[in-house]
Write a protein that binds this ligand. Structure first.
Ligand code: PDD
Length: 285
């Protein structure tokens, strides 16, 4: 649990860490965020996460709140103050605080910045990965710019709760053509019967996952068969393996889809190997 939060220039005990009711993140979900893995007290893939943050801000025309260097200091300091060795650090930037109006506030309105950090139990995470998770499929009802990591996550909230209600851990969202876009908070992958790794190409319909990009480097490095293309739910049912990638779960094997076992119903060899090798490729800072 996060005990100290950075809020607009101050490190505050969580019970005093608050934002204005007129924060545009609260009023309009007018903001963006990043989640970075913390491992051994260090940030994983920080550079790529910060590059994606910059892109999200630019796409929404939200000013960059401070230099990348200053932001990096705050991320590390929040991790340190919360004594997080393994877990995640969360960063949110909104368009700031202003009287409720759909139009952008005055150009000199400073963006609002919140950073929190929390621990995760690495033993528990490994135990989950050793078992694998179940996913369900749901229609993708999101807006058409989910490549921007905005805090507007209501469809994802509903999708993940639907998964939980069915005893699954993640929801795979499906486009109008019956093809999987991505998970509620992860990118989706399958391994075909003939051993080829498949994941959807980047576009405005999925988040450009940082873990996805590092896993792609790993795949290239190891010379594994790989194809970047959309896959259908039917293909996923017939896959040999499936898995999801995200900063908080790294590579998480999927062992059932809509209650049907994937392959032999146990975590796949390729997914498990990618999980094992991930941190040898990730950048640590
Ligand atoms: N979720 N797709 C969606 C919709 C996501 O929310 C996430 C990340 C990903 C994976 O991206 P990355 O590999 O950069 O974490 C894909 C974060 C972890 C979250 O919301 O908690």
């Amino acid at each position: 649990m996060s005990r100290i939060a950075y809020v607009n220039g101050q490190y505050l005990p969580r019970e005093h860490a608050m934002v204005s009711v007129e924060d545009r993140g609260y009023q309009f979900a007018d903001g963006v965020y990043e989640v970075c893995e913390v491992r051994g007290g260090k940030l994983i893939d920080e550079r790529r996460h910060m590059a994606r943050l910059d892109r999200s801000l630019k796409e929404l025309r939200i000013a960059r709140p401070m230099s990348a260097k200053a932001l990096s200091v705050i991320l590390h300091e929040t991790v340190r103050r919360n004594r997080v060795r393994d877990g995640v650090v969360y960063l949110q930037v909104t368009r700031g605080v202003a009287r409720r109006d759909f139009l952008f506030p005055a150009a000199d309105t400073p963006p609002a910045v919140v950073v929190t950090a929390r621990s995760a139990d690495p033993v528990k995470l490994e135990a989950t990965a050793a078992e694998g998770i179940g996913v369900i499929t749901v229609p993708d009802i999101r807006w058409q710019r989910v490549d921007i990591k905005s805090v507007a996550l209501l469809p994802n909230v509903l999708a993940k709760q639907a998964a939980r209600d069915k005893g699954a851990r993640e929801a795979w969202m499906v486009d109008a053509k019956g093809r999987v876009t991505e998970g509620g908070s992860s990118n989706a992958w399958i391994v075909t019967r003939d051993g080829k790794l498949i994941t959807r190409p980047l576009g405005q319909d999925i988040l450009p996952g940082i873990t996805r990009s590092v896993v792609m480097d790993l795949i290239k490095d190891q010379g594994l068969a790989f194809e970047e293309r959309a896959f259908t739910v039917e293909e996923a049912y017939a896959a040999r393996e499936a898995f999801v990638t995200s900063a908080s779960q790294i590579v998480q094997p999927v062992v059932s889809i809509d209650g049907r076992p994937v392959g032999n119903g146990a975590p796949g060899l390729i997914a498990s190997a990618l999980r094992r090798d991930y941190h040898r490729h990730a950048e640590v800072s």
